[in-house]
Design a protein around this ligand. Structure first.
Ligand SMILES: NC(=O)c1ccc[n+]([C@@H]2O[C@H](COP(=O)([O-])OP(=O)(O)OC[C@H]3O[C@@H](n4cnc5c(N)ncnc54)[C@H](O)[C@@H]3O)[C@@H](O)[C@H]2O)c1
Length: 368
């Protein structure tokens, strides 16, 4: 049975996710770029998009594929998106748009907001993926409430602390739904590269005297982060700090907008340390990537894992998967341990006989 997904925020990351699913659906034997070609019996081609929300007048009311290829989305194209009638609905704005975003990037639609829970229910969505701009706390909580009301699991790709919150964990667990987050950890992004290098320093008995990460990007996300950097910097710094000892220098992560609306990102990572005899050692590297495809594969795994958890009646095990997939999970672990836990949990679910429970709703006839 297909995995029915709703998208909250049809920006660059959503475009990469949807195009990636289209690509691997067409090229079923291609495993390049997939962290997990199969999760349980699920392949990326099992994902189907059945609902989408945005607030930008250039996207609301359009077919999903068309909206994803509309300005200000500019990330690299992975594949054509087949259209099957998903129309982007006008979501509620809450705190998701600051004045600067309104001026340069987001043209807010004057249509009234829909009833999100109703749209989710009617679409047959079982998982809602949250791609709202960083800092949209109220909007994220409102969408999470709507997901709960509609019986949808929730994957939070941005830093608002929701998967981390015991209160929200309790609400989703009580409903038998999966909650995963927070802030997706890119496949090969600045945070994971920085963590691996810091881990190397620690493994080799090196004291860290400086750890700096500066991210330069020109997309809408980076523009927003220029004005609202706090939650993202905290999410990155807590991911880095968790690898370090108390006598190491505190890590810093900064976000810089480069005034070009491209999805190409550069991250400069600089780490200084002290080896044998307090002699200095230093790493200075630049990572370059397309920001949004770098998150697409990880979200693709989270979606399939969420289905596996719900169909086995084990949504509470989501917390054991989050450290591998997210920057600010409920429990922060070293990356090798996070991978082991992810594999062990998925492996245990793959071996269990499936229970005949969620997803209970019958899928609708449409979807991309
Ligand atoms: N590699 C990555 O790109 C990466 C990694 C980790 C986390 N993230 C996070 O994922 C989120 C999405 O990133 P992106 O690059 O797609 O951003 P984006 O700015 O391209 O897309 C955000 C979309 O949300 C829409 N939106 C704004 N308010 C809304 C509302 N109230 N309801 C519905 N839609 C609304 C915008 O119009 C836009 O289409 C950001 O918070 C980002 O920090 C991205």
């Amino acid at each position: 049975m297909p995995i029915n997904v709703a998208i909250i925020g049809t920006g660059n990351c959503a475009k990469s996710l949807v195009e990636g699913v289209a690509f691997y659906s067409k090229n079923k034997n291609d495993k390049i770029g997939l962290m997990n070609p199969n999760i349980g019996k699920y392949h990326p081609s099992d994902i189907r998009f059945v609902a989408a929300f945005d607030i930008d007048e250039r996207k609301v009311g359009k077919k999903l594929g068309e909206a994803l290829n509309t300005e200000p989305n500019r990330t690299v194209k992975i594949a054509d998106i087949p259209e099957h009638g998903v129309i982007v609905q006008r979501g509620p704005t809450h705190d998701s748009v600051i004045p600067e975003l309104r001026e340069y990037f987001i043209h807010e639609s004057d249509r009234p907001a829909v009833d999100v829970a109703r749209v989710l229910k009617d679409s047959g969505a079982e998982i809602a993926v949250n791609y709202l701009p960083t800092g949209s706390d109220k909007a994220t909580y409102a969408y999470a409430e709507a997901a709960l009301a509609a019986g949808c699991s929730f994957i939070n790709c941005m830093p608002t602390p929701i998967a981390k919150s015991r209160e929200w964990q309790g609400k989703f667990a009580a409903a038998g739904l999966v909650l995963m987050g927070d802030d997706i950890k890119s496949q090969c992004g600045a945070t994971i590269v920085n963590r691996v290098l810091l881990d190397l320093f620690k493994m080799r008995g090196i004291r860290v005297t400086k750890s700096e990460q500066v991210n330069y990007g020109g997309n809408c996300d980076h523009f927003n982060l220029h004005y609202r950097p706090e939650a993202k910097e905290e999410s990155k710094e807590s991911a880095l700090n968790s690898v370090l000892d108390a006598d190491d220098a505190k890590p810093s992560a900064r976000m810089i907008y480069t005034e070009k609306n491209y999805d190409h990102k550069k991250a400069r990572i600089k780490i200084d340390g002290e080896i044998f005899g307090h002699v200095p050692v230093s790493i200075d590297l630049t990572l370059e990537d397309e920001d949004s495809p770098n998150s697409g594969g990880v979200v693709n795994d989270a979606i399939r894992a969420a289905r596996l958890l719900t169909e086995n009646g084990k949504p509470h095990l989501a917390k054991d998967l989050c450290a591998f997939l997210f920057k600010a999970p409920p429990e922060q672990l070293p990356d090798s341990e996070a991978l082991q836990k992810f594999r062990k949990t998925i492996g245990s679910l793959e071996q269990e006989p499936r229970q005949s429970r969620k997803p209970a709703r019958s899928p609708p006839a449409r979807g991309t």
